[in-house]
Write a protein of this length. Structure first.
Length: 503
């Protein structure tokens, strides 16, 4: 009977008149997560000045969200397959709004790190559910490509909305206001989503295995933490022990998934070369770009002295390029091939990052704006096509778990990128030579140097700021160069792995 009724249900979903309205609710959730990530970068100088975190704490504030969300995405995607994707999306959205208040009013670096970690727990419920619901709402491949393109364009659009809205708020209110903007967006999402989103789940999911949840969380967080600490402090025994614990947990997770009759994540999905290639491309692309994303706002504000709103506008070309490319990605992949679009896009991002190795404190905007536009166009094409490949590679019953793998690659790439490339910038910066008597706080972060300089005599202040800014830009050069190398190496790998892949 199930097989007889299935085509009728599919036809009903395909003809569902409210599916595009439902899509608008899903992209609203994506927009919220994207805005939250970008406004943090813009607010970092203000957080640094107010909470006075150390350089390491500042990196933790930036990447603990990605650590936690990467460790929980697979578990939350699988949970959504079991209890219902609409239910977990709306519940996670409510929690995301509540925890945003805790972020806004954090009074110490430690509390801020905790608040960002809790936000990661809530955020892990959102992204897999949105892609999984798209997979179940749109069964026609061309409609689904367009829906995924809109989804990707909205995520990219959030990178434009975040800095601009955040810049306006930061010029008139305290930094916590950038988190409070989540509340009205969440209210609209929940109220409209209750009415428009259809519920969907795996009809035969099996139990939610708690041991697998713990293993995936310990594994991802342990490995990423070890990489971060090794990049910042070298290979100490505690770092090695944490890395080995994480690796052992991931090994145990994979072994357990292969033995469970209903695993949290079907590891056999990776036997599909297109699926594996798309996931790898996402991970390495975000890894290569993340250093730029995290430090660009600091460069614009603290090195070039631009106001927050102006800095937000200067980052606009990347988002505009990504939005436009996301809407055209499906058509381009069908005309030229999936691997041509993805590998060409990765090479373009690499070249855009390479151009940023020529930045200085007085670099004009044409070079920066052009580089950001190239990076945005490349990212829009690549991320949209790989998301479509991943969704098309699995049955719709496994859409949540597959989407979670895609988002895990994204968040894991962000966490590793900030840890590795961020440690390059921080390590180079800390080594600058300031005038005699420079306080140690000036070596922790560029924001700390700016704050210290405000209390020094004019000549000493100028010398300190010059040395600190030169060192920061040099670190940014190295991070951009490393990111460019990663992207240019990933491009030919994607060409090979995505051979013969079609949407």
């Amino acid at each position: 009977m199930t097989s007889t009724l299935q085509p009728a249900r599919v036809a009903e979903v395909e003809q569902r008149p409210g599916r595009w309205l439902a899509l608008s609710v899903l992209v609203l959730a994506v927009l919220l997560v994207a805005v939250d990530a970008t406004v943090l970068g813009l607010a970092t100088p203000f957080i640094s000045e107010d909470l006075r975190p150390s350089g390491t704490q500042l990196l933790w504030i930036g990447d603990v969200y990605s650590f936690v969300i990467a460790g929980l995405l697979v578990s939350m995607g699988s949970l959504g397959d079991r209890i219902g994707r609409k239910r977990i999306l709306l519940g996670g959205a409510t929690a995301f709004g509540a925890v945003s208040v805790l972020n806004a009013y954090a009074a110490t670096p430690e509390l801020m790190i905790l608040a960002r970690a809790l936000l990661g727990v809530a955020g892990a419920t959102l992204m897999p559910a949105t892609l999984a619901l798209i997979r179940n709402l749109f069964h026609d491949p061309r409609e689904r490509s367009l829906a995924v393109g809109i989804w990707g364009a909205t995520a990219s659009g959030g990178t434009a909305v975040g800095p601009i809205v955040g810049g306006l708020l930061l010029e008139h209110f305290w930094w916590g206001s950038v988190f409070l903007i989540n509340l009205p967006v969440m209210a609209v999402l929940v109220l409209v989503g209750i009415k428009t989103l259809p519920e969907s789940r795996n009809p035969d999911p099996g139990p939610w295995d708690l041991a697998s949840v713990v293993l995936s969380l310990v594994g991802v967080v342990g490995v990423v933490y070890a990489v971060k600490e090794a990049a910042a402090r070298g290979f100490t025994w505690p770092v090695l022990a944490t890395g080995l614990l994480g690796a052992a947990a991931l090994y145990g997770f994979v072994r357990r998934q292969l033995t469970l009759p209903k695993p949290l994540l079907d590891i056999r999905l990776f036997r599909n070369r297109g699926f594996s290639g798309a996931v790898l491309a996402d991970l390495l692309t975000v890894l290569g770009m993340s250093g730029l994303v995290f430090f660009l706002s600091q460069y614009l504000q603290l090195v070039q002295g631009r106001r927050p709103f102006e800095a937000g506008l200067f980052e606009l070309p990347a988002a505009v390029g990504a939005v436009a490319a996301g809407l055209l990605a499906g058509r381009a992949a069908r005309r030229f091939s999936v691997r041509t679009v993805v590998s060409g896009s990765l090479a373009a991002i690499g070249l855009g990052l390479a151009a940023l190795t020529t930045l200085s404190g007085t670099t004009g905007y044409p070079l920066l704006g052009t580089s950001l536009l190239v990076v945005g166009v490349g990212a829009g094409f690549s991320f949209t096509v790989t998301a479509d490949v991943i969704l098309s590679s699995v049955p719709k019953e496994q859409a949540g778990a597959a989407s979670a793998v895609s988002e895990t690659a994204y968040e894991l790439g962000a966490a590793l990128g900030i840890a590795l490339l961020g440690s390059i910038v921080t390590g180079v910066y800390r080594g600058f030579t300031g005038p005699a008597g420079t306080p140690s706080a000036a070596h922790e972060s560029l924001g700390g140097a700016v704050e210290v300089a405000a209390s020094l005599p004019a000549q000493t202040s100028e010398a300190l700021l010059h040395a600190a800014r030169e060192s920061f830009v040099h670190g940014l050069h190295l991070a951009s160069g490393a990111g460019a190398a990663v992207l240019l190496a990933t491009a030919p790998a994607a060409w090979l792995l995505l051979k013969g892949q079609k949407l």
